[in-house]
Design a protein around this ligand. Structure first.
Ligand code: GZL
Length: 346
């Protein structure tokens, strides 16, 4: 009898042990399944790698949407071609990703592929530039800059400069190096300048796209200098173009600087990411840079987490930005009734 009791007790202990092992295994595997379930797969179509701004934007997305943060990020570089981006989006749809993040090269031509993503039930977040579609339900939300305000602030800074220096509107002759034509950044920054120039009677001597690159900025500025001898301000729609334009100005034996009354050519720009451009700002070769903040990664992560929680994010999420300038006399500028401080860089 005693032996039977002992044997029963051993068998009971063994059975308890086996059940405990199995439940741990199940919980580990279910934990593993749980953690795999938590990994969010994001297809990110980036438009290219044309500028320092773009590279910084890509790095910000890759850092935020990392494995450590619970994301499988599929990154595709569109190499400045919308066709490549549309191909990438179709690939993401086939792979049935959880989210698509799109940084569009230009604003038009996105309806069909966004309709395909919507039909597949994949939320799309637009970053940086905008898409111009009638049906805004084709994307969940957008995060980026107010490009027209950037342009208005820059034009307001130029106006303040002419005021404190006593330069008449008819003596202002602007060379305008535009960004990628049809991109939201180009459209907004161009409107900011052209509307203000029309209001004050400034002469825009010439406008041409520098495609947001240094090499094109240099080529366009060199061609302007061959054709016109009265340029005294160059409005570059990003820093890479400004660096190229300054190279062309100096190659032509002229001086980039704010003292236009004494023959210097004032250069103004956008972004504030390229370190050479910020150094030029401190040296005075660039007189003013309108900040364009590329750090959209954490913002996109927050938007995805909101959607994951079943919340509806704001449709349009604007980032706040400033003006950097090396001209100490201008400490703030006005756009309409709004006043903006200027960050004086030494
Ligand atoms: C602006 C962005 C622009 C940058 C350029 O948000 O789209 O594209 O200003 C970049 O540097 O190439």
């Amino acid at each position: 009898m005693r032996k039977t009791v002992r044997l029963t007790a051993i068998l009971l202990l063994l059975a308890t042990f086996l059940v405990a092992c199995r439940s741990t295994a199940v919980s580990e595997s279910s934990t593993e399944t749980e953690s795999e379930r938590k990994m969010i797969t994001v297809g990110f179509s980036q438009l290219g790698a044309e500028s320092d701004w773009r590279s910084t934007n890509t790095e910000s997305m890759q850092t935020a949407l990392s494995k450590e943060n619970g994301y499988n990020l599929i990154y595709k570089n569109g190499q400045q071609k919308q066709a490549n981006q549309i191909t990438a989006l179709r690939m993401f749809i086939q792979q049935d990703v959880d989210y698509i993040v799109l940084a569009p090269e230009t604003e038009t031509g996105w309806e069909f592929v966004l309709q395909e993503a919507q039909a597949a039930g994949i939320p799309v977040i637009i970053v940086d530039r905008r898409v111009n579609v009638d049906d805004r339900s084709l994307y969940s939300c957008w995060v980026g800059s107010d490009f027209e305000l950037e342009g208005q602030k820059m034009a307001a800074w130029i106006y303040e400069y002419t005021k404190i220096k006593g330069i008449a509107a008819e003596d202002i002759h602007i060379a305008h190096i535009q960004g990628t034509m049809g991109s939201t950044a180009q459209l907004g920054r161009t409107r900011g300048l052209t509307n203000t120039a029309r209001e004050y009677g400034w002469d825009i001597v010439a406008s041409e796209s520098g495609d947001f690159t240094e090499i094109r900025g240099k080529e366009v500025m060199a061609s302007f200098l061959r054709k016109y001898d009265n340029i005294n301000i160059v409005y570059c729609e990003n820093d890479n173009e400004a660096i190229g334009a300054i190279a062309a100005i100096e190659a032509a034996g002229k001086k980039a600087g704010p003292d236009i009354a004494n023959g210097e050519i004032m250069v103004v720009s956008f972004d504030g990411i390229n370190q050479d451009a910020m150094q030029y700002l401190r040296e005075g070769k660039i007189s003013c840079i309108a900040e364009c903040n590329p750090l959209h990664g954490p913002r996109v992560q927050t938007l995805i987490e909101m959607i994951e929680r079943g919340e509806t994010p704001e449709k349009f999420n604007y980032v706040t930005e400033t003006l950097f300038s090396s001209v100490p006399e201008i400490k703030n500028i006005k756009v309409g009734d709004e006043s903006y401080e200027v960050d004086i860089v030494k």
